[in-house]
Design a protein around this ligand. Structure first.
Ligand code: APR
Ligand code: ZN
Length: 271
């Protein structure tokens, strides 16, 4: 990490002098919590075909025609979501918010880990897996991630056959109208959530942290370009190439769980 000492100090200086930074996060921020990213080798889209299962209709059709094919991946993902905890990168972002530096965190992640790390100003453009929405009346309820996943796993283990009707039997029901509830997440072809709120935060900030995202999925990937139109500084933390190299002011090719705490330490030394 020493070889990026200058970039880390530069990022610390930029963050020290603002009360209006925003973070734009992708699945890379949760990778060190054990949750696979989507497009890295062995990522989620290597295991599940997004063209086939990236939409609600696609999931229902695969569960109807060939549920046995998805059962193992489904159970593996449940294990991951049951065991995951927020990592030092999430924690550092919550600390930046506590210090009044980070005004908003725009996340594409649906795992709730940033909130569990203590962040409160989170804009979830792709929704939250642990917020359920009624398929009829739109009522939304939050669930507690680990107990919810554990109980779902126990119910799945108890059913004789993993079929669509058996799954629908298990699905939570709305307390108001009794209809089926589903995770309040944005699937392909569905409207992104809170986009105007995200764009306005991105346009208004002085520094944008772009963290752990390949920047290939629009409209969310537009966000850093919106910030750049205002000539604000852009800090990118990502071990690999990504879509923002032309608008990056400080590039730190490290994992966020390493780089963000290092920036926080550097800030403490600048005091
Ligand atoms: N720290 C920082 N970056 C990391 C880390 C890490 N520990 N591990 C991986 N990365 C980087 C990868 O180099 C990659 O650029 O995170 C990025 C993850 O990219 P994707 O897998 O494309 O995930 P993301 O950018 O979040 O995808 C956006 O696509 O399929 C949709 O809804 C899905 O929200 C998701 C959206
Ligand atoms: Zn309802």
């Amino acid at each position: 990490m020493d070889q990026y000492r200058n970039e880390i100090s530069r990022a610390a200086e930029l963050l020290m002098r603002t009360r209006n930074a925003v973070a734009f996060c992708g699945s890379g921020v949760s990778e060190e919590s054990g949750i696979a990213t989507f497009r890295d080798p062995g990522g989620i889209w290597d295991r599940i075909n997004p063209m086939e299962m990236g939409t609600p209709e696609g999931i229902l059709s695969v569960l109807y025609k060939n549920p046995g094919r998805v059962f193992p991946v489904f159970m593996e993902l449940l294990d991951v979501f049951e065991q995951a905890d927020f990592n030092p990168g999430h924690h550092a972002l919550a600390e930046f918010e506590n210090r009044g530096i980070l005004r908003k965190i725009i996340t594409q992640n649906i795992d709730n880990l940033q909130q569990e790390a203590g962040s409160t100003a989170v804009i979830e453009v792709h929704g939250n897996l642990f917020r359920l929405v009624c398929t009829s009346c739109g009522k939304k309820i939050k669930v507690d991630r680990k107990p919810f996943v554990s109980s779902l796993k126990a119910k799945l283990a108890a059913i004789r056959e993993f079929t669509l009707p058996a799954l629908l039997e298990l699905a939570p029901r709305c307390g108001s109208c009794g209809s089926l509830m589903r995770p309040d997440v944005v699937m392909f072809g569905e409207a992104v959530q809170e986009l105007p709120h995200a764009f306005s935060a991105a346009r208004g900030c002085e520094v944008l942290l772009v963290l752990g995202t390949s920047g290939v999925v629009y409209p969310a990937a537009e966000i850093p370009f919106e910030t750049k139109k205002r000539f604000s500084d852009i800090i990118v933390i990502n071990p690999n190439e990504n879509a923002f190299s032309d608008i990056t002011d400080v590039y730190i090719p490290l994992k966020t769980g390493l780089a963000l705490p290092a920036i926080l330490d550097a800030m403490k030394k600048l005091k």
